[in-house]
Design a protein around this ligand. Structure first.
Ligand code: ATP
Length: 776
């Protein structure tokens, strides 16, 4: 019975030496080879999925397709930690088996073509034969446990609860010590009955071997006593060496002990660490627990306990750093300098937490880096987007196989000081599910009344985070839990105008990209008009992320051209821009298009900043039904019903001839680009205008954009995000805008260069909107 569905995949691959990964296994290992580190980077840029397959011979440095076992495991990367020796420690979770058909070396990493086997949910019936085999294996495991005290009773009881035979076999493998070939035999077996049979026969043989070994062991006890004597003598030797002050030869235990002596930490923490050292001392070197404790102690001593950098709080210098790194952002820089001034005055170690809010690519991350540079602190950052598991923040308990500290502690280890600037990126994208509530774990990290005793589950001893300067970023504050938001000082970083983007590109992005690619002014130039065209016709974003990308593309292609055509300099202007930047993306402006009935341009505020959106409506014979499509949220749907009710009760105001439309016509309202979820009340006026246009058959002006909430009485109510929305309209060359009267005060925030080009109409009631936007 085939329990698996097959999927063709193309995935980065890491060849492993001596480690075998099975589905459902959580384990960590170190990646050192360049080609594997590249594969890891590639996977982390995409979906964190990586194929892990074991090498047949661990000595091969650059394995080829034939050097790797053809069955591997698609695994999810859960955490990574850069180690001081250049390797990276990764924590992974095995997901599905995958048969490798081929591997290619691309861009410095292995890419595998493989067939992934995922569970076919329809075929999960368990046969009697499978049940019987599982029972026999459990009996064998009990015998096996007698020879291996490390295999605890709980582990076997845990297995009894697993119903799925395939999973049962895979997990059993991780509990027993198998030879390499045996691992592969079981990993390669897709048929679960055969997999269980193989496991049973391997296990029975293993038990037989262990019984024979025991007999032999009894006979060679004498020999063993000899080794014990040697061990004892070696211990004595190390004590003598220590007495002689021969520090270089200090053994591991005493090195841990002397490190512990130097730590300035509470007594209870010292006692806990000492206890672990004592346990390590008493464990035989070959015991698996030995490695677990050693890793734990390495983490403990890698932490920068009490190690602080001294703050440089010279405000003039700080301003210089901020100005050097960023164009404009006057208000933001001012707020940051105020913040640093207060820090200097109060000499408080724990500063309030800054939250930088704004659309992507407006420089939030780079401001945080500048703050670190300006204060002379180390910088470390962690993305919270998609973090669901509390353990990612606070670590797994040491009892889990392959457990590690959480990302907060890992980041502190890599920052090497306990007062870095710590950027928590995308705090609005934290999610919650059954694995605990990461937001409340984060609250403990950020709360000054608790964070001096932050206790990671893995470390089990408190670490003082109160000297860390936390900076967080978000695209919008609406999804941040109140308890977190209350603790933060919000600084808004808004979209850029075209003029600002031009200066950023010319004076910052270009310089940076040229330096990065080793080009100087004698070798490369780009005209102002070409930069402006890149801004207008190639990118229409709130920030400068795509602009930065496209400038890098132009530079890369120029360098290639220089080599291919043996040129000393490339000048880019409007005439040759397309060759280096491809064709422009935005050619048609909305108001160039024909005016239509029922199609209205609205302004929305999404997580990527302000955006324009089209609302379409159409009326057709029917029974008075209303259909809403295009991923509309509940609030937007309610706006739609409010618009219809208002129009129904004011037919004459709009000269609507069809007095019974709500009974004998169906109304369909659609907002295209359905993949982007849209919500909020600010599309009320746009929806009302579209419906009135459809009912009166009057066309809508295309050079106009609008935003505003509506009430049942037809009032136009104020909305948020005015600046972002107006800048979005301006990016699309729409300069006639309808806004609610009460938003007049927000106009102050609009940069003068944009404001003078706008024709803004402030309205109080819907009829004003209709008469401004419909053409007779
Ligand atoms: N005002 C500016 N002056 C100079 N460079 C800027 C400015 N704003 C942004 N940049 C540059 O643009 C790039 C993107 O900025 P950054 O990554 O900091 O954006 P972000 O707001 O953190 O975006 P996201 O929310 O997507 O992480 C960086 O290289 C940054 O240096």
């Amino acid at each position: 019975m085939n329990k698996y569905k097959e999927n063709q995949i193309s995935i980065p691959l890491i060849p492993l030496r001596g480690i075998y990964i099975f589905p459902n296994m959580v384990i960590h290992f170190d990646v050192g080879r360049e080609i594997s580190l590249n594969a890891l980077d590639k996977a982390m840029m995409n979906d964190n999925l990586i194929l892990l397959a074991t090498q047949k011979d661990i000595m091969v440095e650059e394995p080829k397709f034939t050097d790797i076992y053809s069955m591997g495991t698609v695994s999810k990367i859960k955490q990574t930690l850069k180690l001081p020796n250049g390797a990276t420690r990764v924590l992974i979770e095995g997901l599905n088996r995958a048969a490798i058909n081929n591997i290619h070396e691309i861009d410095g990493y292995y890419l595998a073509d493989a067939v992934e086997f995922t569970y076919n949910e329809e075929n999960i019936e368990i046969s009697e034969e499978e049940k019987a085999l599982m029972r026999l294996i459990l009996q064998d495991l009990e015998k096996y446990a007698k020879f291996n005290p490390n295999l605890g009773k709980e582990a076997i009881i845990g297995l009894e609860d697993i119903e799925d035979p395939g999973k049962f076999a895979d997990i059993t493998v991780s509990l027993i010590q198998l030879k390499g070939k045996d691992h592969i035999k079981i990993l390669s077996q897709l048929d679960t009955i055969k997999r269980l049979e193989s496991l049973k026969s391997i296990l029975s043989k293993e038990i037989e071997m262990l019984e024979i070994e025991e007999k032999i062991n009894l006979k060679v006890k004498e020999g063993l006593d000899k080794t014990q004597k040697e061990y004892f003598l070696r211990e004595q030797l190390s004590v003598i060496k220590k007495e002689l002050g021969d520090d270089e030869d200090e053994d591991e235990i005493s090195s841990f002990e002397s490190k512990l002596k130097k730590l300035k930490i509470p007594k209870s923490s010292k006692e806990k660490i000492q206890k672990e050292i004592n346990r390590l001392e008493n464990l035989p070197p070959q015991s698996p627990e030995n490695q677990v404790i050693r890793t734990y102690l390495d983490y403990v001593f890698d932490l920068p306990w009490g190690k602080l950098t001294k703050d440089k709080l010279d405000l003039k210098k700080a301003k210089e750093v901020l100005d050097n790194d960023h164009y404009g952002l006057k208000d933001v820089k001012e707020r940051v300098l105020e913040f640093l001034a207060v820090l200097k005055k109060t000499k408080a170690d724990s500063a309030p937490i800054i939250l930088l809010v704004g659309p992507p690519g407006v420089g939030k991350t780079s401001i945080a880096r500048s703050i670190a540079r300006a204060t002379g602190r180390e910088f470390t950052s962690m993305r919270l987007g998609g973090v669901r598991d509390e353990a990612e923040i606070r670590g797994h308990r040491k009892t889990y196989i392959g457990s590690m500290p959480g990302r907060i502690i890992n980041n502190i280890i890599s920052a090497k000081t306990s007062n870095p600037v710590f950027l928590l990126d995308e705090i609005d994208k934290l999610s919650t599910d059954f694995r605990g509530d990461p937001a409340s774990a984060l609250l403990e990290v950020l709360d000054p009344s608790q964070n001096d005793e932050f206790t990671d589950h893995y470390l089990e001893i408190p670490f003082d985070l109160s000297k860390v300067m936390f900076i967080t970023t978000a695209n919008s504050v609406s999804t941040i839990p109140d308890a977190l938001l209350d603790r933060m000082e919000v600084i808004e970083v808004s979209s850029y105008t075209e003029v600002e983007k031009f200066h950023i590109a010319k004076d910052y992005l270009l310089r940076e990209a040229m330096e990065k690619h080793g080009l100087n002014k004698e070798e490369f130039s780009i005209s102002d008009s070409a930069i402006k065209k890149l801004i207008k016709d190639y990118t229409r974003e709130a920030g400068v992320r795509n602009l930065q990308r496209i400038l890098s593309r132009v530079i890369r292609r120029s360098i290639k051209d220089m080599y291919e055509r043996d040129k000393d300099k490339i000048n880019i202007g409007l005439n040759n821009l397309e060759k280096y930047a491809d064709k422009e993306i935005y050619t048609d402006d909305i108001f160039d298009k024909e005016e239509m009935v029922g199609v209205v341009t609205g302004l929305a505020w999404t997580s990527v900043g302000g955006e324009i959106l089209q609302v379409e409506s159409s009326i057709m014979p029917g029974k008075g039904e209303v259909t809403l499509t295009g991923s509309l949220g509940d609030v937007m749907k309610e706006s739609c019903y409010a618009a219809i009710s208002y129009i129904r009760s004011n037919l004459d105001k709009f000269d609507i001839k069809d007095k019974t439309f709500y009974k004998d016509k169906d109304i369909h309202v659609h907002v295209p680009e359905g993949a982007i979820p849209k919500d909020g009340p600010s599309a009320g006026v746009t929806i009302a205008t579209a419906i009135v246009s459809s009912l009166t058959k009057k066309k809508v002006r295309r050079d106009i954009a609008m935003t505003g909430e509506i009430s049942l009485r037809g009032r136009v109510l104020p909305i948020g995000g005015v600046k972002e929305k107006i800048l979005a309209a301006h990016r699309y060359n729409i300069n006639t805008i309808i806004l609610p009267e009460e938003n007049k005060r927000d106009l102050e925030d609009i940069p003068e260069s944009v404001r003078k080009k706008l024709d803004i109409h402030f309205v109080k009631y819907i009829p004003e909107v209709i008469s401004l936007s419909l053409v007779d």
